[in-house]
Design a binder for this molecule. Sequence first.
Ligand code: ARG
Length: 266
Amino acid sequence: MMKKNWLLAGMSAVLSVGILAGCGGDEATDQLVSFEIPSEGELGSAIAFPKGSELLEPFNQTLNELIESGKMDDLIIKWFDAEEATEVELPEATETTTTLIMGTSADYPPYESVDLETGEIVGFDIDIAKYITAQLGYDLQIEDMDFNGLIPAMESGRVDFVLAGMTPTEERKENVDFSDIYYEATNLIVSKESTEISSLEDLEGLKVGVQLGSIQEEEADELAEVYGFEVVKLNRIPEIMQELNAGRIDAILMEDTVAEGHLNAQ
Ligand code: ARG
């Protein structure tokens, strides 16, 4: 479906803030490098709903309208390509009576992050949510939480849906329902240049950070058995970046689109 976009600098402006927070002066000279994990499939993102939610169908239909109208491509350019500072017009909701609560984990630019100037949660996923809810005549309220808490929040009915760059997996499908996929990415191993990590074999005996509850965690657990590294699981992406900068972990297994901002932010 959606093509992976390698439009780089897009996220760096937003992301640099998170990383620099944990970055001392001398570390700035030690570049971050990355390599793609061989033979791994693509990671799609989809909208998630509590099991049996009536929102799934209308959301899916509106998501497909967004894609077919070409507006999704505009949003991809807006959020993944910094060179093209595009404004994309989104519909305004009229005569709404119901507010839908969306759960997200706002540590994942360009999908979702907190705009440090306004304190508002912004991103690709947020625009998609605004578009769909406005088209369907709902007001939108966004709840920020740890990624690991999103599925429990749907199961307990605390949120109506989730947009968080979440990949539909067989395991998750046992507990929640997913829309069609709206974007695809791949996983990378990110490390400091000085540690000279360029293959999975190089990770033996080292520490690799991942986000708790993500598919990267699952992937790292599997790879760790083969390549003999330790998996360090943390809640928020900026926290994991900080651990890498401070040298407490040696590498991170993370998504290319999100990593790109960090690679370019130096
Ligand atoms: N795509 C991955 C997953 O579904 C990671 C998503 C992390 N999202 C976030 N907002 N932190 O597990």
